[in-house]
Design a protein around this ligand. Structure first.
Ligand code: AR6
Length: 168
């Protein structure tokens, strides 16, 4: 069975999927942006679970339960801070998507939603980041994954995914 790729506009914390991906920082102890929203919606048990993980290097990923979220799991990944593009940012961002997909596959998850990792506080250019998101997931997603959702927080981001051929 083939995998469906979709891009939607909305708040990732509302999605009823097997796992949502969090754009975290290396401490995994919360922050602003989507990370703050996920911790608020999941409740304090998420912070306790993250504390037990002892951090996560950039480009890697860790999994926790979703607690009060509709999603059963949260996959926390740490995107690169944009430093102009010559500091290995593209490879690191690709690793975020790859590591997250591997964890999802290892946990036999079916539906997985990504935010636009690194494109907020970490300032990665949104168009280049969307290209990496789509290219990496097209190559790396496999069964039992059946649905990959790119959850966009702005119409502008959504248009980038549409331009890359991702339907609604
Ligand atoms: N649902 C979906 N996308 C969202 C949501 C939401 N509720 N809220 C924000 N976004 P950012 P980063 C989008 O800054 O750049 C944190 O403090 C947002 O519009 O959340 O990877 C962490 O702790 C943007 O498109 O993550 C780190 O310190 C995208 O999510 C740092 O920020 C990512 O923006 C990570 O920075």
């Amino acid at each position: 069975m083939s995998i469906a790729f979709r891009a939607v506009l909305g708040d990732i914390t509302r999605l009823d999927v097997d796992a949502i991906v969090n754009a975290a920082n290396e401490s995994l102890l919360g922050g602003g942006g989507v990370d703050g929203a996920i911790h608020r919606a999941a409740g304090p048990a998420l912070l306790a679970a993250c504390r037990a993980l002892g951090g996560c290097p950039t480009g890697e990923a860790r999994i926790t339960p979703g607690f009060a979220l509709p999603a059963r799991f949260v996959i926390h990944t740490v995107g690169p801070v944009w430093r102009g593009g010559a500091a290995g940012e593209a490879a690191l961002l690709g690793n975020c998507y790859r590591s997250s997909l591997r964890l999802a596959i290892a946990h036999e998850l079916g539906a997985l939603a990504f935010p636009a990792i690194s494109t907020g506080v970490y300032r990665y250019p949104a168009d280049a980041a969307a290209r990496i998101a789509v290219e990496t997931t097209r190559v790396e997603a496999r069964a039992p994954l059946r649905e990959i959702i790119f959850c966009c927080f702005s119409e502008r981001d959504l248009a980038l995914y549409r331009a890359l051929g991702v339907a609604g």
